[in-house]
Design a protein around this ligand. Structure first.
Ligand code: HEC
Ligand code: HEC
Length: 341
């Protein structure tokens, strides 16, 4: 299991209860120091100011021009059926759906694909392998509470956004020391002194901007083992097949390009893009699909499972390092991001 992708240090116990985030018995969040609570804050590139009190628990819209449509109630306030006990979509996925490594990036995916995922969460066909992953459990809870109309509004809203890449991949032997907080790695030193080992370490480029100010334009750095990108490219584009003595020797995977497109930017509307996405997110989905907790309703998903079934933990590091490193210039051909529905 790629523990690094789930942001945990130990293998979870499958018998643990699937607790949601912020459940009534959860400890309250740390108080904001009074002087900090009302100080007006800025992020680069935005003319707006928000205080920490305004940011906490709310959907902060630093860059309203990054989403072509105004935020519907479902994004700003969450499912009406849950009232104040629910969570607005934009608190986790940010105002434009650009998302974060510990959740997902729905921005720019096709409305059809988004609706299918929401229905899969609702119908118990998609949940995390990690029962302690509170945000995934909350996602399921929210999908179960949404009306069909709310699902449609959320899908239309996120799919109208042009997806921007936000991760830079760096091959390295040493990484800065980190601590795990909220299923994320947070750097606690500037100098890289820790051996990377068999993992990817994905961290905020600027802890203040991403964690405290919740900027939707925050960027991330993914440290990956040396050689991972080239090994990953081979697996992704050939499945690891090779020719030995004029015989084709089949690899451990099916070439991902077969379905996800030669440029790995997906085949809209049904097959999602992989290029430039968070390696932690990609690795969790690959593992959840391997293990069957993401079984889904789409008829091609069993083939997708077959494609990744034999991948080792090292393969998943290599594959996701390569996919995350791919440039994503502009919307994918045939992608629905530009056609409002
Ligand atoms: C508590 C944080 C949280 C909130 C709030 C939240 N989500 Fe999510 N969402 C997640 C997580 C975590 C995942 C990844 C689930 C997984 O596979 O483990 C996810 C996945 C998704 C996906 C799938 C993306 C993909 O590429 O397959 C969509 C679509 C989505 N969310 C839409 C929404 C909508 C719409 C709302 C508002 C009703 C919402 N989310 C609210 C945490 C959240
Ligand atoms: C037979 C076609 C097929 C092949 C081959 C395939 N995939 Fe997929 N993949 C899909 C489909 C279809 C989905 C969406 C399933 C759904 O709707 O839930 C998907 C979804 C995914 C997702 C989840 C994306 C998200 O936004 O949540 C990841 C990650 C992924 N594939 C990685 C891979 C990798 C890596 C390979 C190659 C080793 C691969 N796939 C090969 C068809 C395929």
């Amino acid at each position: 299991m790629p523990l690094w992708a789930y942001g945990v240090a130990e293998r979870p116990n499958p018998a643990d209860p699937q607790a949601v985030q912020g459940a009534p018995d959860a400890p309250p969040p740390a108080p904001i120091p009074p002087a900090e609570a009302t100080r007006k804050r800025r992020v680069e590139g935005s003319p707006l100011t928000f205080t920490r009190l305004e940011i906490r628990g709310n959907v902060v819209d630093w860059f309203p021009d990054d989403h072509p449509n105004p935020m519907p109630s479902i994004i700003k306030r969450g499912p009406a059926a849950l009232g104040s006990t629910g969570r607005p979509c934009g608190t986790c996925h940010l105002s434009d759906g650009s998302g974060r490594p510990e959740n997902a990036s729905p921005a720019g995916l096709s409305a059809k694909y988004i609706l299918r995922q929401l229905n899969d969460f609702r119908n118990g066909l998609r949940h995390s392998v990690e029962p302690g992953k509170g945000n995934s459990n909350t996602m399921v809870m929210l999908a179960k509470a949404m009306t069909d109309e709310e699902m449609k509004q959320a899908a239309d809203y996120f799919s109208a956004v042009t997806w921007r890449p936000h991760v830079t991949v760096i091959e390295t032997n040493l990484v800065p020391a980190t601590r795990i907080q909220g299923e994320l790695f947070i750097p606690i030193a500037k100098k890289p002194t820790e051996p990377i080992g068999n993992r990817i370490v994905e961290v905020p480029t600027d802890v203040e901007v991403n964690q405290v100010l919740r900027s939707s334009r925050g960027t991330w750095i993914a440290y990956v083992p040396v050689g991972a990108i080239a090994r990953g490219k081979n697996l992704v584009t050939t499945g690891g097949s090779s020719i030995v003595n004029n015989q084709i020797v089949l690899g451990r995977a099916t070439a991902c390009t077969t379905c996800h497109g030669a440029d790995l930017r997906g085949m809209a509307p049904d097959i999602p893009p992989l290029a430039g996405r968070s390696p932690s997110y990609l690795a969790r989905e690959i593992f959840d699909i391997q293990q069957g907790t993401r079984a889904g309703s789409y008829p091609l998903l069993p083939l997708m499972k077959k494609a990744v079934e034999k991948l080792t933990a090292e393969d998943v590091i290599d594959i996701t390092a390569y996919l995350a490193s791919l440039p994503v210039a502009g919307p994918a051909p045939g992608n629905l991001t530009l056609t409002r529905r």
